[in-house]
Write a protein that binds this ligand. Sequence first.
Ligand SMILES: [Zn+2]
Length: 398
Amino acid sequence: MTRCFKTTKAEVALALAGLTPVDLVAKELVVLQYYHGILRGRMEELRDGCAWSPHLAFVRQLMLEAGVELGGSFERRLVDWELPYPPERKPLDITLGRKEEWAEELIQPRPGVGVVYTDGSKKESGVGAAFVAQDPEGQNVGQGLFKLPDYCSNYQAEAVAQREGVIWTKEVGHPGVQNWVIASDGGAVLASMKGQRRMTSLVGEVVREAGEGHSFVYVPGHRGHAGNEMADALAKEATVSGRRVEVEIPRAYTRRQCRDRSWQLWSQEWEALEDGTGMDGGGAKVYLQFMPTLGCLRDKVWRGKAGGRRVLQLLSGHCNVGGYLASVKKQESGSCGYCGLEEEDVHHYLLRCPRWYMQRLEMDDLIVRGDPRSSLGNMFRELERLARYVKRTGRLDF
Ligand SMILES: [Zn+2]
């Protein structure tokens, strides 16, 4: 069976990258698009097995190996056309703040105004969300505890606490209270609601539930406010004993699964890398020149800042430069396509190629003339600067 689809940019990248672990970064993007983004319409095909497309089959395989269920429901961001036409959008009263400066006056006792403190908690024991409602005299008049699936993020827990708090005020409420202030330390959720842009479907539910009698205010955690402390304690308790609520699988979880699986593939490849295909051409495992163990490498580089994984490609010699591409027969000649002076290996790319002279200036003090080995050693000790160089040249992009 053949099918025709418009090819996306990410799929082109995937096709170019082949199926070696070299460009798992690109694959991770594709996976995220299928599960949480613009390609989610094709999830059905993923479930079918999609043997007709090697790209889809790869995505499917990766997710299954990583333990991400294909039948689950996945979090996504609402796109603009799913929201009401802008002039008709509900104006929400949301007061943001910072730890140092926030609108404390909004939670002071006022006649006719109740406060709902909300909090979320992610711990070993699970993910919990809770709210506690107080009347204008500061007496507790209601509370709710909710247990979310373990894959949920703290952000989702904050949003669930707010949503459930708002629902409580509408369904139960308290005599004499017309207006409710929702007090949360989930600043990111509040900011997303305020802009009503890039909201996740869950945050969209909070917006939908909120009405005219609701306002929201950021309250920093752990400032000794009794209501706040109580919501915090209840959220922790909720990780164990809260009422179960279903929440979509967050992007962060899919990404982490994907990364862990990618790392497995990488480390297998690295363990096997003893035959001199690495940047130094020596016999030892290449990474041993820079880090004592693979675990070290993972903590220092893989999990580090963006760009870290590009540096990993360099460390292994398995990167998008001419020499490597020629050795795996993706390119006919290994000579540098930018200057043509010599083979483009890692030394050439980092130390010699005149094309990157400007980008290299910032690392000038790390380069020891006539001693490539020390130069590279210096560079790999300054991983952040090296990652910046890699990023600026764009040479390892796909
Ligand atoms: Zn060159």
